[in-house]
Design a protein around this ligand. Structure first.
Ligand code: UT7
Length: 324
């Protein structure tokens, strides 16, 4: 059996920034309410940028930092619920723009905010059967295009961005041992698709999703730790889906995770759904806080409802020369 490790990360967020102050001029809300309930202060929203463009930048950076040529990629999966086009998939456009080989398996995947972890798990499985050792995994969203600006309890939460990782698959490396699941629920978090005949606007029962998250995150963490036979203090870093700082605080307190072992960036980006975990990975790598052999436990949750967790290692020599 082969396992995967991360060799390089990349990210791209649009330039346009919407602060809580900006929002309070457009609707009945305040910086104080948003900050105290969520931890969010700003979010980046696309103006001219596109989901494909953000994805291309993030993927290019990840390939460069990994020192991996595009033609060595065997699988490319983009987790998104906001593709620029349903057909072709974002991943197909990456094939063309990055120059991936024509027999690379390229497709988009929807598991809402857990999408990146579903994609990572999928890529690990598909690389078992690939003749090439590398995979490209993205989480990318332009949620600003589907938020309902009439609903102040949700529109203040979401931002746009793309994060990417290049993984390598090798015999003898540990599997990420992903735990994933879903339970169909079309009310708690909902976005209509083209088949519904209704416009794609995001709606959410925030309090009920909050309760689900507070139960699902520790459950996933316990399952991942058990599957890998490690305790929480043997993990080098924890990366949580960035939905609400209060959810992260509750988990961190429950496991007594020290401040230097987890990271919150939703203050700057808001909730970027599938992009949130790879955006964190990319910032951590850039800051030198995740290095070769670091073991990182990631947990996500979101619409579907979906949840997932995995423990991934970073590879020796990742990020090529730029890392030194
Ligand atoms: O990534 C996908 C997963 N999603 C999540 O993890 C989201 C989880 N849920 C949450 O993060 C929180 O439930 C929210 C941040 C969405 C909402 O926070 P809350 O503490 O659950 O607030 P609430 O919806 O219970 O609303 C409390 C009050 C209400 O007023 P009344 O009825 O008490 O008078 C709302 O009308 O806050 C009001 N409110 C606002 N006030 C100012 C709702 N939105 C706003 C707002 N500004 N933007």
């Amino acid at each position: 059996m082969k396992g995967i490790k991360i060799r390089g990360t990349g990210r791209c967020v649009p330039q346009g920034v919407l602060t809580n102050q900006d929002l309070s001029q457009r609707m009945d809300t305040s910086d104080e309410w948003i900050t105290s309930r969520t931890g969010i202060r700003r979010r980046h929203h696309c103006k001219k940028e596109t989901l494909t463009g953000l994805s291309l930048q993030a993927a290019g950076e990840a390939l460069r930092k990994a020192g991996v040529a595009p033609e060595k990629i065997g699988v490319c999966v983009v987790a998104t619920v906001t593709p620029e086009t349903l057909v072709p998939s974002t991943a197909c456009m990456l094939q063309r723009e990055l120059g991936l080989a024509e027999d690379t398996l390229c497709f988009d995947l929807n598991a809402a905010c857990t999408g990146f972890l579903f994609a990572l798990h999928t890529v690990e499985c598909l690389l078992q059967a690939s003749s090439r050792p590398f995979g490209l995994v993205l989480g990318a969203e332009v949620l600003s295009r589907i938020v309902n600006w009439e609903d102040r309890s949700t529109c203040i939460l979401f931002g746009d961005g793309a994060g990417a990782v290049v993984v390598e698959s090798r015999e003898g490396w540990p599997s990420i041992g992903a735990v994933m699941g879903c339970v169909g629920n079309d009310r708690l978090l909902h976005v209509d698709g083209p088949g519904s005949g209704r416009p794609p606007l995001l709606s959410m029962e925030g309090q009920r999703v909050f309760k689900f998250a507070v139960e699902a995150v520790p459950r996933c963490m316990d399952q991942v730790l058990e599957r890998h036979g490690v305790t929480a203090d043997q993990v080098d870093f924890f990366v949580f889906h960035q939905a609400n700082a209060r959810i992260i605080d509750l988990v961190v307190r429950k496991y007594q995770i020290p401040a230097e072992k987890y990271y919150i960036n939703l203050e700057e980006y808001g909730n970027t759904s599938a992009a949130s975990i790879p955006l964190v990975l990319s910032e951590l790598e850039e800051q030198g806080r995740i290095k070769a052999e670091s073991r990182v436990l990631m947990v996500g949750f979101g619409g579907g409802l979906t949840w997932g967790g995995a423990l991934v290692e970073f590879a020796e020599g990742a990020y090529g020369d730029e890392r030194k």
